[in-house]
Design a protein around this ligand. Structure first.
Ligand SMILES: *[C@@H]1O[C@H](CO)[C@@H](O)[C@H](O)[C@H]1NC(C)=O
Ligand SMILES: *[C@@H]1O[C@H](CO)[C@@H](O)[C@H](O)[C@H]1NC(C)=O
Ligand SMILES: *[C@@H]1O[C@H](CO)[C@@H](O)[C@H](O)[C@H]1NC(C)=O
Ligand SMILES: *[C@@H]1O[C@H](CO)[C@@H](O)[C@H](O)[C@H]1NC(C)=O
Ligand SMILES: *[C@@H]1O[C@H](CO)[C@@H](O)[C@H](O)[C@H]1NC(C)=O
Ligand SMILES: *[C@@H]1O[C@H](CO)[C@@H](O)[C@H](O)[C@H]1NC(C)=O
Ligand SMILES: *[C@@H]1O[C@H](CO)[C@@H](O)[C@H](O)[C@H]1NC(C)=O
Length: 316
C-alpha cells in the first residue's frame, strides 16, 4: 500500500508540474532511476571512466544554466569515454530545468557509484549517461511505468482515446528532423465531465522516425501498466509519456449528463516496477505518504484542471 501511495503521490506531483506549469517548484519531483551495469571487454581502470563521468555531469549541470532544454556532451578518449545528456520537459521554466539537472546529476553520483551507465527521470528532466555512444540513438531500456489505482468509468473507450491521442503525436513526429524539439501536450474531452490531459516527449537528438519507434514501445507499455486507470506514465531513456484525467470529474458532483462513474472491474495487472523508488538524497528516506497529502495534491490538480477547462464543465 505504501508503495502505491508513493507512486500516486509522485505521479500526481509530476502531473501538477505539467498541468499547472507553476514557475516555482520547491524541489524537483523525483520519479525513478536505474543504475545500469554495462560490460566492456577492454576497459582501462575504472577510475579514469569515473573521473570522466564526473566531469561530464558537471558539464551537463553547468550548461543547464544557459536556458538550454537539451544538452549532450562527452568526456574522455576511446574506452573511457563517458557520454551523457539531459533533456528538460518541454514546458518547464529555465530555472526549474536548471534546478532539476543540478539535483538529478548529484543524485546519480550518489545513487550509482559503481555502474557505468544510468538514467534518472524527474518530473522536470531526464538525465542519461553511458560508456556507450547514446546520442541520436533510440534507447528503450531500462523503462519504468506507474499508474494510479483509480479506475475510469468506460475503460475500453478511455484506453482508445489515450492511445489515439498518443498515436496522433507519434505519427506527426515522424516528419520532425533530428535536433528538433519533440514535445507535445494535449487535452481531449472524454465525457462531458472528464478531460484527458496528455504529455509526450522524445529527446530531440532522435530522428522523427526513432522518436516514433520509442513512442510505439511506450504506448504499448502504457496499455500493459495503465489500462483503465485514470492516470498513467511510462518513461524510457529516449521518450516519456503520461496522462491524467482531471480528478474532480471522478469524485465530484457535476451536472454532467453521465452519472458519476462507478469503479469498474478490469483484468489489467497492477503496475509492477522492478524496484521501489529511491528517494533523492535530501529526502528523509521514509516510505510513508499520508493520504491527506495525496488528497491535497489531487485537489490542486482539480484547480488547475478548472483553470484549463475552457468549457467550464467542471463548474456545476
Ligand atoms: C554493478 O556491478 C557492481 C560491481 O560488480 C555491483 O557492485 C553492483 O551491485 C552492480 N549493480 C547492479 C545494478 O547490478
Ligand atoms: C558546457 O559543456 C561544455 C562541454 O561540452 C564545456 O566545455 C562548457 O564549459 C560548458 N558550458 C558552461 C557554461 O559551463
Ligand atoms: C551531441 O550529439 C550529436 C548527435 O545528436 C553529436 O553529433 C555530437 O557530437 C554530440 N556532442 C558531443 C559533445 O558529443
Ligand atoms: C574498478 O576497478 C577495480 C580495479 O581495476 C576493480 O577491482 C573493480 O571491480 C572495478 N569496479 C567496477 C565497478 O568495475
Ligand atoms: C515495455 O515493453 C518492453 C517490450 O515489450 C519490455 O521489455 C519492458 O519491460 C516494458 N516496460 C515496462 C515498464 O512495462
Ligand atoms: C449533487 O448535486 C445535486 C444538485 O446539483 C444534489 O441534489 C446532490 O445531493 C449532490 N450529491 C452529492 C453527493 O453531493
Ligand atoms: C480498480 O479496478 C481494479 C480491478 O478490478 C480493482 O482491483 C481496484 O480495486 C479498483 N480500484 C479502485 C480505486 O476502485
Amino acid at each position: 500500500m505504501g508503495f502505491n501511495l508513493r507512486i500516486t503521490l509522485l505521479f500526481f506531483s509530476m502531473l501538477i508540474s505539467f498541468l499547472c506549469q507553476t514557475p516555482t517548484e520547491a524541489s524537483p519531483t523525483y520519479i525513478h532511476h536505474d543504475c545500469i551495469n554495462t560490460t566492456t571487454t577492454s576497459s582501462t581502470p575504472n577510475g579514469t571512466y569515473r573521473s570522466n563521468l564526473l566531469q561530464l555531469l558537471s558539464y551537463l549541470s553547468s550548461n543547464a544554466t544557459s536556458n538550454l532544454e537539451f544538452y549532450n556532451a562527452s568526456v574522455g578518449n576511446s574506452v573511457d569515454t563517458a557520454y551523457g545528456l539531459f533533456v528538460c520537459r518541454g514546458n518547464v521554466p529555465a530555472a526549474d530545468c536548471r534546478d532539476c539537472v543540478a539535483v538529478a546529476t548529484k543524485q546519480l553520483v550518489d545513487s550509482c557509484p559503481k555502474e557505468k551507465a544510468a538514467v534518472v527521470w524527474y518530473a522536470d528532466c531526464l538525465i542519461h549517461y553511458s560508456n556507450r555512444y547514446i546520442f541520436s540513438t533510440m534507447v528503450s531500456e531500462p523503462s519504468f511505468s506507474a499508474s494510479t489505482q483509480l479506475n475510469v468509468s468506460e475503460p475500453k473507450e478511455f484506453d482508445d482515446l489515450v492511445t489515439a491521442t498518443m498515436n496522433d503525436f507519434a505519427s506527426l513526429v515522424t516528419k520532425f528532423g533530428s535536433g528538433a524539439k519533440k514535445f507535445s501536450t494535449n487535452e481531449a474531452q472524454f465525457t462531458a465531465s472528464q478531460t484527458l490531459h496528455t504529455i509526450v516527449q522524445c529527446t530531440p537528438d532522435l530522428s522523427g522516425y526513432d522518436c516514433n519507434r520509442c513512442l510505439q514501445i511506450a504506448i504499448k507499455n502504457l496499455s500493459d501498466c495503465c489500462s483503465g486507470k485514470s492516470s498513467g506514465a511510462v518513461t524510457l531513456p529516449s521518450c516519456i509519456l503520461a496522462y491524467n484525467v482531471n480528478q474532480l470529474s471522478l469524485t465530484g458532483n457535476t451536472s454532467a449528463p453521465t452519472p458519476n462513474p462507478a469503479p469498474v472491474t478490469g483484468n489489467t495487472p497492477a503496475p509492477t516496477p522492478n524496484t521501489a523508488p529511491v528517494p533523492p538524497p535530501p529526502s528523509s528516506g521514509t516510505d510513508q505518504i499520508s493520504l491527506p497529502a495525496i488528497i491535497s495534491i489531487v485537489a490542486s490538480i482539480s484547480v488547475c484542471a478548472m483553470l484549463f477547462d475552457r468549457h467550464g464543465l467542471l463548474l456545476p
